[in-house]
Design a protein around this ligand. Structure first.
Ligand SMILES: Cc1cc2nc3c(=O)[nH]c(=O)nc-3n(C[C@H](O)[C@H](O)[C@H](O)COP(=O)(O)O)c2cc1C
Length: 310
């Protein structure tokens, strides 16, 4: 159809693709390359802040490494980010390196569609005035999409204090494998941020892809607390050690003991240890990846399953 052929030239790809992936994702390998060394960081890197765009890892990869994302099966390079070491965070006998993203590029679309799609996406971002869009410059958002070449799992974070209850979605999360630590990057404007810094414990519910709509509906709780656990449209059950209400239908419930938190640019980086992990069901988890990554896989006849609205 002529319309299918014309569409990529007039309409940008979506920035994000909401997909259903069996955890842990195995499709993309992330590596840090510096000097003559290279190391797998698929389960040892995460986003620590959006402004400035910052990557955390527990690997010391020198002052200016390159973070590469490759398709695991074909070995094809999908994209890379050029990093510059900004600072370190030391806690619990481990040192985390925080790197600013200096530049980046992807190979998911061929020239001239690649710069043209970025131009269309940037133009759309400049027209959009929502607060999450205005947080980042278009060039940094393009780099963030590259960081999402590794599909990022979505969890619901539960906070439960005497007079404050909340549950909201997060995907700027991850294990920093070598250190055994786990981080959450939460925008410092989040209404529960001060309570989390004080209480230092949360429950993470790994969300089934089929609960996409319920997860998205809870994004309002980044700004306002939850009035009552009973008001949620799904059942909750108390987590094992902390007794924090978590999603009864979650694939897995983890409890995180927060051992350190500090402001990193626009976000507060929470560093913790998983103190319990309850695997409940095996199914696909809600994930986000870059729209151009899904387009690349679609061209090869191997798209991720889209997470569908109920
Ligand atoms: C699936 C999902 C994951 C999110 N992950 C994070 C996160 O990891 N950190 C964070 O600070 N905010 C996260 N948010 C919140 C959004 O970035 C945004 O602040 C929120 O949806 C409110 O949108 P608005 O600021 O445009 O009104 C997430 C939202 C959704 C729906």
């Amino acid at each position: 159809m002529w319309k299918d052929w014309v569409r990529p030239f007039v309409r940008p790809l979506p920035q994000w693709s909401v997909v259903a992936v069996a955890p842990p994702q195995q499709t993309v390998v992330a590596s840090l390359r510096w000097g003559k060394a290279t190391a797998d960081v698929t389960t040892d890197h995460t986003v620590a802040s959006l402004r400035p765009l910052t990557i955390a890892t527990s690997l010391d990869a020198g002052p200016h490494p390159v973070l590469e994302y490759r398709d695991r099966v074909s070995g094809r390079l999908l994209g890379e980010l050029r990093l510059v070491r900004a600072t370190t965070v030391s806690t619990e006998g481990s040192t985390l390196a925080l790197y600013h993203v200096a530049a980046g590029g992807h190979r998911c679309l061929a020239w001239p569609l690649r710069p043209w799609n970025a131009w269309l996406q940037n133009r759309l971002m400049q027209q959009n005035t929502s607060s999450s869009h205005s947080l980042m410059a278009p060039a940094a958002t393009q780099q963030l999409m590259i960081a999402y070449l590794c599909p990022r799992p979505v969890v619901l974070v539960s906070v439960d204090a005497t007079d404050h209850h909340n549950i909201f979605p997060m995907d700027l999360i991850g294990p920093l494998g070598r250190s055994g630590l786990f981080t959450l990057a939460l925008r410092s404007t989040n209404v529960s941020m001060p309570i989390m810094r004080e209480q230092r414990r949360v429950a993470l519910s790994c969300m089934p892809a089929a609960m996409k709509d319920a997860v998205y509906a809870l994004s309002v709780h980044h700004k306002q607390p939850l009035a009552d656990w009973a008001a949620l449209p799904f059942p909750v059950r108390r987590s094992r050690a902390f007794g924090i209400p978590a999603v009864a239908a979650a694939l897995r419930i983890r409890e995180l003991d927060i051992v350190h938190s500090e402001e990193v640019g626009s976000h507060t980086l929470f560093v913790g240890r998983i103190v319990s992990e309850e695997a409940q069901t095996q199914d696909t988890q809600l994930h986000h990846t870059a729209g151009f990554h899904q387009a690349w896989r679609r061209r090869r006849g191997l798209p991720f399953a889209e997470a569908r609205s109920a």
